[in-house]
Design a protein around this ligand. Structure first.
Ligand code: KG4
Ligand code: ZN
Length: 370
């Protein structure tokens, strides 16, 4: 079929993704009718960054160099493949942390060059939006891509070609989760922790502001400030079991329970304000564009409340919704293979001069720093 591995007849692809703090490798099989994920390995570095409260770029690059070879070995073993089975290599070339990207790109070039294979460069955002293809979505569709560095509402026109309809004007949605988690005294990585805390809370407890920038753009920095002021004015909400709460041991048990419930409800209310904005704009975009299919991708798409609310909103309007499994939303290399299906591979050895890029020109898409 048209577009499979750019017509070079690529079948088995080794995929590498090292744009931030996860060292990932996958083996995917491109067939005429579908892409099959034969293996997908993510070696998390979270424990190395937790002490700093965020990703330290230099630490990430060093860990990638240590983890990449065993991660690739595991991906090959998981797929039951050997080097000689590979028909090509695909790798994320940007946007992301430049040092981290360069580790993956150098490894991908070395493997492809040594085995005389073609190499497919993949954009990280194209990877996130291609995750929905694992569920069989067909273009055109509306895709919300929300991660630690990006919040993008796009119409995917064909393959991984997309038109940007809206983007964040300030913080990315993942950044809003991470900063909110930090204010609530939750450990890194904050988004998942906030999601877990919010599960036991009342999302209607605090009426955090819903900023609604024009059209399909997003804004989250005002919300983060509102949480900051709320916590300042309601001392003790950052409480009980949190590292910043202090004094938990001095609280009577019933006071501690009350505080824990309050904290969960503040987290749930904050999360709801982020999710409201994401869901309402995504659904409205589909309606305005006259599209019946909606997908989501990126680390924030792992959020349980966003998954539920987007599914409900789409079903309510008769829209078909594609919410990839959590492992395909947070950074992984399988999505690189799902995107590579629609991209042109570079023949051996022309890719040796290929470079990585930290930010996407025109998208204002720089990766979050500490
Ligand atoms: O796509 P991703 O893994 O890496 C980037 O490309 O940035 O996204 C990471 C972001 C982080 O901000 C993280 O806190 C957020 O996704 N995230 C979540 C959840 N899991 C990860 N945010 C909310 N709820 C979650 N369950
Ligand atoms: Zn990502």
């Amino acid at each position: 079929m048209e577009g499979v591995g750019g017509g070079l007849g690529l079948s088995l692809l080794l995929c590498i993704e090292t744009s931030c703090d996860d060292t990932s490798a996958a083996v995917v099989e491109l067939a005429a009718e579908a892409t099959t994920i034969r293996s997908s390995i993510v070696s998390s570095q979270h424990e190395f960054h937790a002490a700093f409260g965020g990703v330290v770029p230099e630490v990430a690059s060093r860990r990638h160099t240590e983890l990449l070879v065993p991660t690739v070995d595991d991906a090959l073993a998981g797929a039951g493949a050997v080097w000689g089975d590979l028909d090509g290599v695909a790798v994320t070339t940007g946007p992301g942390l430049i040092g981290a990207l360069l580790v993956g790109l150098a490894a991908a070039k070395a493997i492809a060059y040594a085995r005389r294979l073609p190499l497919t460069p993949v954009d990280h955002l194209q990877g996130h939006l291609a995750a929905a293809y694992a569920l069989g979505v067909e273009a055109p569709f509306v895709c919300l891509t929300a991660s630690g560095g990006h919040t993008l509402l796009a119409v995917v026109e064909r393959g991984v070609e997309f038109r940007v309809v809206g983007r964040t004007l300030d913080d990315a949605a993942g950044e809003a989760f991470d900063k909110g988690a930090r204010l609530l005294g939750l450990p890194y990585p904050g988004g998942r922790e906030l999601d877990l805390l919010a599960a036991g809370g009342d999302p209607a407890c605090v009426a955090f502001p819903r900023s609604l920038p024009r059209d399909f753009d997003f804004s989250f920095s005002g919300l983060k400030t509102a949480l900051l002021y709320y916590l300042r004015d309601h001392e003790g909400v950052v409480a009980a079991d949190s590292p910043r709460g202090g004094g938990a041991a001095r609280l009577k048990p019933e006071r501690a329970t009350e505080r824990a419930a309050r904290r969960a409800s503040v987290a749930a209310s904050y999360q709801e304000a982020i999710v409201d904005q994401l869901v309402s704009k995504t659904v409205r975009c589909a309606e305005q564009e006259g599209l019946r299919r909606v997908a989501v991708g990126g680390g924030v798409a792992a959020n349980s409340r966003l998954r539920r609310r987007l599914t409900d909103a789409c079903e309510h309007r008769g829209l078909e919704v594609f919410v990839p499994p959590v492992a395909l939303c947070t950074d992984n290399a399988a999505m690189v293979g799902l995107a590579a299906r629609y991209l042109e591979p570079i023949a051996w050895p022309r890719y040796l001069s290929l470079d990585a890029y930290a930010a996407e020109p025109g998208l204002g898409a720089s990766r979050r720093r500490r």
